[in-house]
Write a protein that binds this ligand. Sequence first.
Ligand code: ADP
Length: 352
Amino acid sequence: MSVLLDVRGLSKRYGSTAALHPVSFSIESSEFVAVLGASGCGKSTLLGLLMGIIAQDDGEIVLNGKRIDALPPERRDLAMVFQSYALFSHMTVRSNLSFGLRMKKMSPDERARRINRAVRMCGLHDHLHRFPDELSGGQQQRVALARALVMKAPLTLYDEPLSNLDAKLRDTLRSEIVALHRATGAAALYVTHDPADAATMADCVIVMDEGRIVETGTPHALYRTPALRITAELFGAGNVIDVPVENGMGILGPTLRLRLVERASRVPAARATVVVPAEGIRLTPRSDGEGVVVGSRVAGPLVHYEVSVGNRVLRATVFGTRDVLPWGTPVALAVNDPLHWLDEQPVRGAGA
Ligand code: ADP
């Protein structure tokens, strides 16, 4: 793989607000990258700068080895899919798909070839002669996907494209978008505030907070071994807790002591914020167990428990719903893996 997009020191201020501090990152060809962060963290500003509808204060945007940051949007060779679909309401689906190609003065033959392919890939055969307001939200978003696809751009930018759709359709379209990228080999930069989008779609996730990139990694690494609390909480590992440390052991309960993972940075001496994935805790009913079941919720094949241990409540997820432990059951807890701890200092009293 080679670098397709290289962003270097890109920044934007609005008066005294730094919407984007200087950020640098790159995307390889065919890579699917998600930008994840809460509202106001600078995601739209980043997209606007890449698209060319917002002027940067500083920095460079290089696509395929060429600087594009001084080019107008239509000359940047990027495709775009918006949250609001942004279809032309007075045009049929076919006209919506051909509009960008006509602007590029593409031959009718090539236009037809590209449109037929996109229509096939996005399942739109039956809708070609309809107008956008005759389509459901999911169908409109498929048209928007197809419209990006016909451009054959090496990189497609997505601006929260699924946030107006219901949960089931979101799930389906997540898979379809990823499949489209696998099939075409185009790269994606997918902006979202929904960790589920990032976790299920992306090869690599860029976590943003207050106009900065704060952490980057694969969804798996950000789930299992996040560096920051914000990432741990976004990826929902289950338990992000501040614990006392003695001799390299984190103390989760009176008899639940676990070795902290050893790594390059120094193991914290007195307290640490540790991450314990909910599925990493095993529960065994035992009258002298140090935990007590204080809540349970069945979700498909899983049971999500809340277990009170000392003065804290831990979350434990168990596969299999045949014997759900009732409220008040005393349990022993076991954790297989050494404890992963966060780089940041624990907040006093957090998680206690
Ligand atoms: P997100 O897309 O993650 O919600 P934005 O990029 O829209 O975040 O905004 C980042 C920050 O920049 C916010 O504090 C927002 O209020 C500010 N901001 C965005 N656009 C403007 C603007 N046109 N004028 C002034 N402030 C803005």
